[in-house]
Design a protein around this ligand. Structure first.
Ligand SMILES: [Zn+2]
Length: 207
C-alpha cells in the first residue's frame, strides 16, 4: 500500500511515466503542485489536456501542429521542392537553427520537412510499414519534389532508415542526398549545434 493519500499517489505514478523522472523527482513535482495555487495547478492540467486536444500531425509533412497544414508547409518563403527528412518533430529545431547561420551563398536551410516519427529498428519490430513515409513517397511520385535530404541521425537505426528510404525513392526523378558526417557518428541530430548542422547540410552528398 502507498504511504501517500490516493490523489497524491496517483499523480506520482503518472509523473513517473515521464522520461527521466524517477520516484524522487515525481514526489518533488507532486508536492510542488500541491503547494502551488489552485490557478497554477489548473493551468498545468489544462496545458496537458490542451496538448492532446489541440495538436495533430500535419497532413503533408507529419510535423506536430495546431493548424493543418503546418506553418512550414504553407510558408510562401520556403522552397517546397526541397524536403528534409527527419526522425522526430523535435529534430526540426536542429535544422531550423541553421537559418541564422550563413554557409556559402545560403543563410541556412530554406526547404520544408517530412517527419517519419521513428526509425527502422528490426530488434524492436519497427519495419517500413510502421514509419510514416507514405505522404513523402506520394509527393515524390507526383513530381512535387526536386531534392530529398535524408537527415536521420548517424546511428545504426538512422543509417538503416536513410538506406531504406533512398531505395524506395530510387527510380523517381528526384535528387537524393544524405547529410554529411559533421554530426558525430552515433549521436542524435537533435543535439547538434547550428554550425555543425549547417556544415552537415552544406556537405550533403548524393546517395
Ligand atoms: Zn507540414
Amino acid at each position: 500500500m502507498s504511504r501517500y493519500a490516493e490523489p497524491m499517489a496517483r499523480l506520482i505514478e503518472e509523473l513517473k511515466k515521464l522520461p527521466g523522472v524517477g520516484t524522487k523527482s515525481a514526489q518533488r513535482f507532486a508536492f510542488h503542485i500541491l503547494r502551488s495555487t489552485d490557478e497554477d495547478a489548473a493551468a498545468l492540467a489544462e496545458a496537458v489536456r490542451g496538448l492532446k486536444a489541440n495538436l495533430r500531425l500535419c497532413s503533408i509533412c507529419n510535423n506536430v501542429t495546431d493548424v493543418d497544414p503546418c506553418a512550414y508547409c504553407v510558408s510562401p518563403t520556403r522552397n517546397h521542392r526541397m524536403v528534409c527528412v527527419v526522425e522526430e518533430p523535435t529534430n526540426i529545431a536542429a535544422i531550423e537553427r541553421t537559418r541564422g547561420y550563413q554557409t556559402g551563398s545560403q543563410a541556412g536551410y530554406q526547404g520544408v520537412y517530412h517527419v517519419l516519427h521513428g526509425t527502422l529498428s528490426p530488434l524492436h519490430g519497427v519495419g517500413p510499414d510502421q514509419l510514416r513515409a507514405s505522404t513523402l513517397l506520394t509527393r515524390v511520385e507526383r513530381g512535387e519534389v526536386d531534392e530529398v535530404i535524408l537527415a536521420t541521425s548517424p546511428t545504426l537505426e538512422g543509417e538503416a532508415t536513410a538506406h531504406w528510404l533512398a531505395g524506395a525513392l530510387r527510380g523517381f526523378p528526384v535528387r537524393i542526398t544524405r547529410i554529411a558526417t559533421g554530426v558525430p557518428a552515433g549521436s542524435d541530430i537533435e543535439y547538434a549545434d547550428e554550425v555543425t548542422m549547417a556544415r552537415a547540410l552544406e556537405g550533403r552528398r548524393e546517395v
